[in-house]
Structures are given as structure tokens and as C-alpha cells.
Design a protein around this ligand. Structure first.
Ligand code: AHR
Length: 549
């Protein structure tokens, strides 16, 4: 549910303060100011300027009981002809393992604040059917009845945690703050984390086959509490947050509470929440592990997910890179109460939100088909998170399958990856690396002819582990390749390889009939020397893996 975003003037200023700016605008780089003779751009990686370790949690996912995400996306049922592992779609599990997901958020989104976790436990055939939060949405109003409108609760806490275990991810549960009590919240923690034999609730979990506690660490306390999560004021929400998180038994698990943070640029929500939370006791800041920010870049004008003009391409990419100033704005707002930055951001919903019309099934509310444009948005955004690895503790792309900015599309026995999946797979090489300040000396894409200001000529991020350097670069230009000289300060490149995701058609996307239409390709890289020159194709996402000598 989007909100009014920042004025353009503020954005342009903050974008320059951020990562992918003209190098001439950066202080302290006098030694680099010899303009490259051969290449039109220069990328300088600075190993002696570490930013922070790139947590794999920056590459998290989000799954909600909405449209085709859970039913038919993740959950097909044990008796389904679709290959499954205990009811969970096998193709999804196999592909998720390839991208090494570290965390998945569930069950919403707005749905979370109407969800009673007790509906989703116990024998599946005895679970109640409930009206889904999203039933009133216009996109579902005229759709046939089904699990999208009346949730059978076949997929509950045990099934979700099994899904997480199958793919090697940590669960992040979003608790209901609008329509459930703080007791419901701490009892959900008990159901998940208390050892079997300790309480009635932990015995109920064990009776379902899960003797070992789930050890759930991440707990969201409400969702969009300024909107669908209760229409609270920041002061009211701070009071509720204090009540929900007070004295929750942890069963030996270091609980990490994530507060329902702002929509994009709403710094007022952040400032007032932080001030009110701590008005009597500064120590209460310690209750907060992450401050959840949501930001979607939306399609405006006539275009939708597949059918868009070149101007639409630039307009949406320019909206996507606003993520960087938004992070900086929220970070500054948090500092007013938390100058030492004990709390970091959790961007637990992000992605492109297009107009309806490309969903693979009419009941898949907010379902959309992702193209190369969405792949570039994924690359630009993940690079922003890498560049701010010191500020962002977690991020969750919305949503995993059959929805906004999805990595997968599925319908019955059909399944395909989207271009977004390939970006996540390429960028997994950054997980656990040390993010390094990287200076992109490249002119911004010219404004005009429908193009918005603020879109860099090239953008990216770099990370280092030992002698292995990963550099990811997005070329947002729809038509022009860009050559760049790449240098690593104080080191030379011994060898390297390159993988690139590109297409001649900016609208290219995968379908059930053509699941390999968009796929990355490996290429050769000429190395040896203090720097190397690489040509980044138009409208592409590139990963360079370099071994330093
Ligand atoms: O991702 C779809 C919806 O967008 C989520 O339920 C909500 O949190 C946000 O507004």
C-alpha cells in the first residue's frame, strides 16, 4: 500500500550523497582524478574502505496468504500430482536451494494482522476455513471462490517452518497486532520455541511431528501499523509495541523483534515512534532488532508489467534507485533517538508493483510477470543494500512466487523462474563478503525525452572475501553498452570470470512455454595488470568474479 514519496529535489540531492554517484562529487579521491583515456567510465574498488559484512539476510524473501503465493505457489498438498515434498512444491524447493535464501517472512503483509496462528495448527482436516483479508480487494471480488478467498489453513506454522528447513532459511514470523492480543503473540512464541514436554502448546507442536523446537528468532510486531495493520498513530503503535514485546519468554532463543516501520519517506512515523518508545526508558531501544521499512516502486501511466515504453523503463528504474536516499533519510531520522545506531533497518517489503493484467491466473491477486526491467530493479536494489550493509540488517523482496516482483511463477504443474531469480542467484556470491566502497565514475543517464533525473550511467557494488572479489554492475541504459575501466586500489587482478543477464528486448520474460527465454550467460574476461576494461551490455546485470593477486 504505497504512500506519497519524497519530492524530486530531495531525492536528487540524496542520491548524490549515496553510492553510485559521479566520482567527481566524492571527497577524498584526489589520487583517482586522472580521467580514463580508453574507457568512458571508471569503477574503482577500495579494499581499504570496508562498509560492513553483507549479511545473507539482505537477500531475504516474503510470502503472504495472498493470491497464488501460498496456495498453488508454495503449497500444492501431499496428494497433489504436482511433485511435492510433504505438500510443498518440489520445483520451488530445488530452485530456492540454488539461491541460498537465508530468511523468509510469513504470513503477511496485511494478511498477518487478521491471522490467528491457532487456525493453522493441528490435524489439517480439522482446521477451520476463514475469510482471507484480501477478499474485499477489487482484484478478487469477481474471482471464483477458492483458497485465495477462503483460506483452508492447510499451510500453517508447521508447514511454513518445514518449508524454511527444506530450503535452508530462517523463518521470520509476522505477528498480528491489530486483531489479536499480546497473549496470542507470546503463546505463538511458546508454540514455536518451547522444548517438547515443557508446555501444552509445545506438546501440540510435537504431536504434529515437530518435536524439535523451531527456534524462531525473527518476529515482526505488526505490519504497516500506520495502515492495514491498525491505522495507529506512531505514538499509539509505540505503546502497543512496548506491550507486545514486554517480558516475552525466549526459551533460550535470542528473539529479534522487528517493528512496523515507515512507508518509504515517512520520517515522521519513525521519529515519533522512536521518541515515544523511549520516552521513559532509553533502554527500551534494545527491544528493537530491526525497523521495518517498505518501499515499492510502482508503474505509473499506461504501461504495465510487460507492455511498456522505453520512457516507462527509465521512469521505473529511476523510482527504484530512490531506495538509497530513503535508507539514508530513515537512518538519519532514527539517529535522533538512537545516535549509536543500535537499531538497523529491515526493508521487509520491496519490489516493483505493476498494474494488473499479466497474472498467470485470475485468482492470483497482484500476480505479475517480471521482465528484464524487473531484473534490473532487483540488481539496482540489491546493490544498494550491499552498499549500505552497515545500515540494513535484513531485506525481503515482495513476494516470492506468483505475486509482485516474484522469482517464480507457477500454476498447477507448470513452473518457471523469472529474470529476478537469476539476479538473486548471481548476487548470492556476495553473501558473507565484506562490502567495499566502490566509486563509479560515470556520467548519469541524460535527463529529458521522458527520462527522469538521477539514474546512474552504471551502478553496482563490490565485496571481498580473502582474495576473491565480486563486483556486480547494472547498466540501466536501454540501448547503449558502456565500457568501464575497473581498478582495485592496491591490488591487481590475476584472473576472473563474468556472468551476464541481458536480452536484446527490454520486455523479455520467461513463460511456462519458454522458461529459458531470459537466462544468464558466462563470458570470457581478459585480465592481467593493474586494471581491466569491460564492456557492460545495454540493459544488463553483470557479475564479475575476480581473483586478486
Ligand atoms: O505485498 C502486498 C502488500 O503490500 C502487503 O500485504 C502489505 O504489507 C503491503 O502494503
Amino acid at each position: 500500500m504505497a504512500r506519497q514519496l519524497i519530492p524530486r529535489r530531495t531525492f536528487v540531492k540524496d542520491a548524490v550523497m549515496g553510492g553510485a554517484a559521479l566520482w567527481a562529487a566524492r571527497p577524498g579521491l584526489a589520487s583517482l582524478r586522472s580521467a580514463p583515456a580508453a574507457a568512458e567510465a571508471r569503477i574503482e574498488i577500495l579494499p581499504d574502505e570496508p562498509i560492513g559484512v553483507i549479511s545473507p539476510d539482505l537477500y531475504g524473501h516474503f510470502t503472504e496468504h495472498i493470491g497464488g503465493v501460498v496456495y498453488d505457489g508454495i503449497w500444492v498438498g501431499e496428494n497433489s500430482p504436482v511433485p511435492n515434498i510433504g505438500g510443498i512444491r518440489k520445483a520451488l524447493v530445488d530452485h530456492m536451494r540454488r539461491i541460498k535464501p537465508s530468511v523468509v517472512r510469513w504470513p503477511g503483509g496485511c494478511f498477518a494482522d487478521s491471522y490467528n496462528w491457532r487456525d493453522g495448527i493441528g490435524p489439517r482436516d480439522k482446521r477451520p476455513r476463514r475469510t482471507n483479508f484480501w477478499v474485499v480487494d477489487n482484484g478478487l471480488r469477481n474471482a471464483p471462490d477458492g483458497p485465495q478467498k477462503y483460506d483452508p489453513n492447510a499451510f500453517g506454522t508447521n508447514e511454513f517452518v518445514r518449508f524454511c528447513r527444506l530450503i535452508g532459511a530462517q523463518p521470520y514470523l509476522a505477528a498480528n497486532l491489530r486483531s489479536a492480543s499480546s497473549r496470542d503473540f507470546y503463546e505463538w512464541v511458546e508454540y514455536c520455541n518451547a522444548p517438547a514436554g515443557r508446555t501444552t502448546l509445545s506438546d501440540q507442536r510435537a504431536a504434529a511431528g515437530d518435536t524439535d523446537p523451531f527456534g524462531v528468532r525473527f518476529w515482526g510486531v505488526g505490519n504497516e501499523s500506520w495502515g492495514c495493520g491498525g491505522n495507529f498513530t506512531p505514538e499509539e503503535y509505540a505503546t502497543e509495541f512496548r506491550r507486545f514485546t514486554a517480558w516475552v519468554p525466549d526459551y533460550g532463543v535470542p528473539l529479534a523483534f522487528i517493528g512496523s516501520g515507515p512507508s518509504g519517506d515517512d520520517v515522521d512515523w519513525t521519529k515519533k515512534f522512536f521518541a515515544h518508545l523511549t520516552e521513559r526508558d532509553k533502554g527500551l531501544l534494545g527491544l528493537l532488532y530491526g525497523w521495518g521499512m517498505h518501499y515499492y516502486c510502482g508503474t505509473s501511466g499506461k504501461g504495465q508489467a510487460i507492455d511498456f515504453t522505453e520512457d516507462d523503463w527509465y521512469a521505473l528504474l529511476a523510482k527504484a534507485v530512490r531506495m538509497e536516499p530513503l535508507i539514508l533519510m530513515q537512518w538519519a531520522a532514527m539517529a535522533e533517538t538512537d545516535p549509536k545506531h543500535r537499531v538497523r533497518l529491515a526493508v521487509d517489503e520491496w519490489g516493483a508493483w505493476h498494474r494488473a493484467g499479466t497474472e498467470v491466473d485470475p485468482t492470483y491477486l497482484f500476480g505479475q510477470t517480471s521482465t528484464m526491467r524487473d531484473a534490473l530493479i532487483a540488481g539496482l536494489t540489491l546493490d544498494i543494500f550491499n552498499r549500505h550493509a552497515d545500515k540494513v540488517a535484513m531485506a525481503n523482496v515482495a513476494q516470492l512466487i506468483n505475486n509482485l516482483h516474484s522469482l517464480f511463477l507457477a500454476r498447477e504443474d507448470k513452473f518457471t523462474t523469472t529474470p529476478n531469480f537469476h539476479v538473486f542467484e548471481m548476487y548470492a556470491a556476495h553473501h558473507g563478503g565484506q562490502s567495499l566502497r566502490t566509486v563509479f565514475s560515470v556520467p548519469a543517464i541524460a535527463q529529458g525525452q521522458g527520462r527522469e533525473a538521477g539514474l546512474p550511467g552504471l551502478a553496482g557494488s563490490a565485496s571481498l572475501r580473502g582474495k576473491d572479489l565480486v563486483l556486480t554492475v547494472v547498466n540501466p541504459h536501454a540501448k547503449e553498452a558502456r565500457e568501464a575501466e575497473i581498478a582495485v586500489r592496491g591490488a591487481s587482478v590475476k584472473s576472473g570470470r563474468v556472468r551476464v543477464l541481458r536480452s536484446d528486448d527490454i520486455h523479455a520474460h520467461n513463460t511456462f512455454e519458454a522458461p529459458h527465454a531470459v537466462e544468464p550467460a558466462d563470458g570470457a574476461l581478459k585480465t592481467g595488470g593493474a586494471s581491466l576494461v569491460h564492456r557492460f551490455p545495454a540493459a544488463s546485470v553483470t557479475r564479475l568474479e575476480l581473483t586478486l593477486s
